[in-house]
Design a protein around this ligand. Structure first.
Ligand code: ADP
Ligand code: ADP
Length: 222
């Protein structure tokens, strides 16, 4: 079954008296472990799809399903719970906490979830090893390269074993060799953990490394 599914989704923004259609009748299903890339020009609706899949926004029409169950659009408490327990996020600018070490950044979601110290240590160490940062556990983010920071962010996104990771332009602040390595790491880690990745990217050099690429134009999937 699909990890996340958009069914007949439309989304319209209203700015003053202007009506801006962002998505028009989008159907999308993402499988477990799949790395799906959304491409398309600026304003085509990529971020809107990520915000819907990430339960940050709700559709005007249609439905969002997570693990085969419709996400109740009006139940903010349930949406927050699902966002915390089933989703991970990776950002263009990494969003690591600068005063925490790499290990503490990766640990933080587990700490917030109340996971016990022994289990946290094991899971943080395993994630750091999987992204090749075991020797940088005690460094602060500003001592790392951009690629290493994004690897730390990927470890943090996966440490709670989410079903789905959302990433908006995750390689945009990286040089092209590093961007390719980070993309390959996301795909490999997603396959290994059974977590789907949905990423928005402008970078056409990366799209042949994804499991599937969908192009958006004017709020419609091509
Ligand atoms: P992309 O990520 O592909 O650049 P977006 O999903 O951000 O596209 O935007 C789709 C359309 O919705 C664009 O026309 C954009 O201007 C509009 N839009 C997005 N967010 C808002 C918002 N908060 N308020 C008004 N219009 C918005
Ligand atoms: P505390 O003193 O409260 O245990 P630490 O700063 O030592 O806090 O570590 C916080 C968490 O970060 C630990 O529970 C552990 O999960 C993780 N951690 C810290 N250092 C490492 C490391 N070198 N390797 C793996 N995990 C680590």
């Amino acid at each position: 079954g699909a990890v996340v599914e958009l069914r007949g989704v439309t989304k319209t923004y209203r700015l003053d008296r202007h009506v801006v259609p962002a998505l028009r009748g989008v159907d999308l299903a993402v499988r477990a472990g799949e790395l799906l890339a959304l491409t398309g020009p600026s304003g085509s609706g990529k971020s809107t799809i990520l915000n819907l899949c990430g339960l940050i926004d709700t559709p005007d029409e249609g439905a969002v399903h997570l693990g085969g169950v419709e996400v109740p659009p009006g139940d903010e408490a349930e949406r927050t719970r699902l966002r915390r327990d089933a989703l991970g996020f990776v950002f263009q600018s990494f969003n690591l906490v600068p005063v925490m070490t790499v290990a503490e950044n990766v640990d933080y979601p587990l700490f917030l979830a109340g996971v016990g110290a022994k289990e946290r240590r094991a899971r943080v160490a395993a994630q750091l090893e999987a992204v090749g940062l075991q020797d940088h556990a005690d460094h602060r983010p500003d001592a790392l390269s951009g690629g290493q920071r994004q690897r730390a962010a990927i470890a943090r996104a996966l440490v709670k074993r989410p079903r789905l990771v959302i990433a908006d332009e995750p390689t945009a602040s990286l040089d092209s060799v590093t961007a390719t390595q980070v993309l390959d790491l996301m795909r490999e880690r997603g396959h290994a953990e059974g977590a789907a990745f949905v990423i928005a990217t402008h970078d056409s050099r990366l799209t042949d490394r994804c499991d599937r690429v969908l192009a958006l134009r004017d709020g419609r999937l091509q």
